[in-house]
Design a binder for this molecule. Sequence first.
Ligand code: IPM
Ligand code: MG
Length: 366
Amino acid sequence: MTETFKVLALAGDHIGPEVVAAGLQVLKFSADKAGLSIEVEEDLLGGASWDVDGTFCTDAVLAKAQSADAILVGAVGGPEWDDIRVDGPITQQDGLTRLRVELDVYNALRPARAWTPLLHRTPYRSEVVDGADLLVIRENSGGIYYGEPRGVERHADGSVRAFEISEYHTGEVERIARCAFEAARVRRNSVTSLDKSNVMETGKLWRETVARIGRDEYPDVTLNHLLMDFALYAVSKSPCDFDVLLADNLFGDLISDMVATVAGSLGMLPSATLPAATRAGEPIKGGIYEPTHGSAPDISGKGIANPAGTILSVAMMFEHAFARPDVTRKIESAVEDVLKAGVLTPDLGGTATTTSMTDVVLEVLA
Ligand code: IPM
Ligand code: MG
C-alpha cells in the first residue's frame, strides 16, 4: 500500500487564497505525476478565521495541523484586522505564530537565489548578484517574539510602557545551530552566524553556543560570526560571498526580507519551517510551507499576485515532507523555464496573471 501524505492548506487572507490555489494545482499535478498519494484539506487562518470564529487560529485547525504531514500557508493579515486587540500572549494575537509555537517549527529555511532571467529586476549590477544563492536559517519559535513577560502598562499620567523580552536558552540555540550546519553540509559548507553580541546578552549566548557547536560537532564547516548591523551591509554589498546565514527569530525575520533583493522580487521567495533539522531521504512531518511575502492587500482580488513563492514552497514540501527532492528539482526548473519564457507577473515587470503564470508552470511540468 502506498503511503498517503496529508496536507492542510490554510490560504489565509487577501492574496493568500490566490497563491494557495496556484500552489495546490502544482502540488496535486506533481504528486500525481510522481505516483505520490496526497490528501488535501483546506481550512481558515488569520483574518478569515477571525471573521468566522472570533479567533485567528481555532483549536480545531491547530489539531488538524498537528496531525498533518505538511501545512501550506498563503498569507495572513490585513488592515481590516490590524486594530483588533486580543489580551494574552502573541499566540492569541496571531494565528501563524500560534501554529509555529504549537508545532515547535523552530527551523525556518528561507532560501533566496538570483534567477538569471530576473537579474535586471534586482537593484544590483548583474556581475554582483549573478550566482547568489543564500539560505537564511531563522530560529522561529523563540526569542523576543515569545519571551515573557510582555505587555503594555498604561500609567495615570497617560503615558504607556510597552515591553517584551528577548530570551534564549542554550538548548534552543544549540538545536538551531545544528540546523544551519546540517544545511551547510549539503550546500557550500559555510555558515555565517548573525547576532548583536556587542550589546545583547542573548547575542553573547548565541555567539558562544554557535561557536561551540561548530567547533565540537561540525569542524568541517566554515563558521564566521558577524554583527547583525554590519551583516546587513556586507550581505547586501556582496551577496555571492555568503552561503548559510544563521540568525535568531527577529534578526532572521529582517534579513530574510532583505535577501529577497537578490531574487528580484519578494514574490519569488519560498520557505519551509520545520520541527527538525533537514535530513535527506526521510520525510519530516509537521512542517509549514509558505511564501515569505505577506498578504499584499493593495493587489488582492486583482489576480496578479506572483504565485512563484508558493509554488517554490510546494517544491520545498516535496523535498522535506515527502522526501522527493527529484520532484523539487523539477518544479524549480519549471519555474526557471517560465521566467526565461518571460511569463511574468507585474512585480517582475510583466503582465501575466497568477493563473496564466501557473498554467505555464503546469505546461512545463506536463
Ligand atoms: C514572517 C512574517 C511574520 C513574522 C509575521 C507575519 C508575524 O513577517 O514570517 O516573516 O514576523 O515572523
Ligand atoms: Mg517577515
